[in-house]
Design a protein around this ligand. Structure first.
Ligand code: DOR
Ligand code: ZN
Length: 346
């Protein structure tokens, strides 16, 4: 078979993205907007997005920064909300994101896992109103076991709310891969970094702070399980980069912030990965079609774009300037073997 040297992506969607705010937003939002048609925007700002006014103002700031070339799908930070409030905001959001309290960056106002019963009224309303639930599924146990320990909570949610669409965000383990197949209403997003790296890459030699994220990178076996779902574009999974930029001095610090900044190179690296495994034909499903069917989106819901990538080296910038600070992407200063050739807005 001839080698495929050109890949055309139809409206890639990033279904898990951190854009932050202020000067970080101004730096990173255009980088996603250039290559993606739209993205699911995480609400873990400080303070988190819990009100309609702040959600709409944040959406406007994103649209202003991205010059309307990109569709931000907004999310609310999970807490108990009234029926009246959810009805009023339903059309402005695509999902509500649930974080266990304190489990990751800016999640201090998240839910108490010991008191899941108190979440029932809001989950019931979300089911009735057709609002998707996205979950950061980690317990507060030993760092390598946190996702596995959370799986029974996913199961009980899936069983208790069979008509609620539940997204297991950024899954990292073989067991989570298996669970995604078990219940009709459970789906999952998968990041680039969890498809490429294990704990060994992060901490097996010199410590690599730019690979430190939550959930933490796992084992080779886990990575292989994620890869087989992604490369086959299993319909229960979709791409969510979890691109999570932090200033360089917050990453290269003795208290390193969790997050891998991948937005400017995610498509190039995914083409390279799918090409290496001769699965290029599945990339549009993983990057767009699966998300459309999971979230019930159609072409009128986002800006349509074709992104053409070719087999040509792309040198990832060593860093991006953020005023007097810098932000370091994954693969900083390294070459990837696919580059963006053309972007056409349809
Ligand atoms: O590594 C991570 N960074 N994981 C998360 O869940 C949050 C994110 C962030 O906001 O920095
Ligand atoms: Zn995230």
């Amino acid at each position: 078979m001839n080698k495929i040297n050109k890949i055309i992506l139809n409206s890639p969607l990033d279904m898990h993205l951190h854009l932050r705010d202020e000067k970080m937003l101004e730096l990173v939002a255009p980088l996603s907007a250039k290559y993606f048609s739209g993205a699911l925007i995480m609400p873990n700002l400080v303070p988190p997005i819990t009100a309609k006014k702040t959600l709409l103002a944040y959406k406007t700031r994103i649209q202003n920064t991205t010059k309307n070339a990109f569709t931000p799908f907004m999310t609310l930070f999970f807490q108990n909300y009234s029926q009246e409030f959810l009805e009023s905001i339903k059309e402005d959001i695509l999902a509500i994101k649930m974080y266990p309290a304190g489990i990751t960056t800016n999640s201090e106002n998240g839910v108490n896992l010991l008191d899941l019963k108190s979440l029932a009224p809001t989950l019931k309303l979300m089911t009735e109103l057709g609002i998707v639930l996205c979950v950061h599924g980690e317990s507060s146990g030993f760092v390598m076991d946190r996702e596995k320990e959370f799986l029974p909570i996913y199961e009980s949610l899936a069983l208790a709310y069979p008509n609620l669409t539940i997204i297991m965000e950024h899954i990292t383990t073989k067991e989570a891969c298996e669970l995604s197949q078990k219940y009709d209403n459970l789906y999952a997003s998968i990041t680039l970094h969890h498809l490429l790296f294990t704990l060994d890459d992060l901490a097996g030699g010199f410590l690599k702070p730019h690979l430190f994220c939550k959930p933490i990178l796992k084992t080779h076996e886990d990575k292989e399980a994620l890869l087989s779902l992604a490369l086959e574009a299993n319909p229960k999974v979709m791409f969510g980069s979890d691109s999570a930029p932090h200033p360089k001095d917050k990453k290269e610090a003795c208290g390193c912030a969790a997050g891998v900044f991948t937005a400017p190179l995610a498509l190039q690296a995914l083409c390279s990965l799918f090409s290496k495994h001769k699965k290029e034909q599945n990339l549009n499903k993983f990057l767009s079609l699966n998300a459309r069917s999971i979230y019930n989106l159609n072409k009128t819901n986002f800006i349509n774009k074709n992104i053409t990538l070719i087999k040509k080296n792309f040198l990832v910038p060593k860093s991006y300037d953020l005023g007097s600070e810098k932000v370091v992407p994954l693969f900083a200063g390294e070459e990837l073997d696919f580059s963006i050739e053309e972007i056409s807005t349809l």
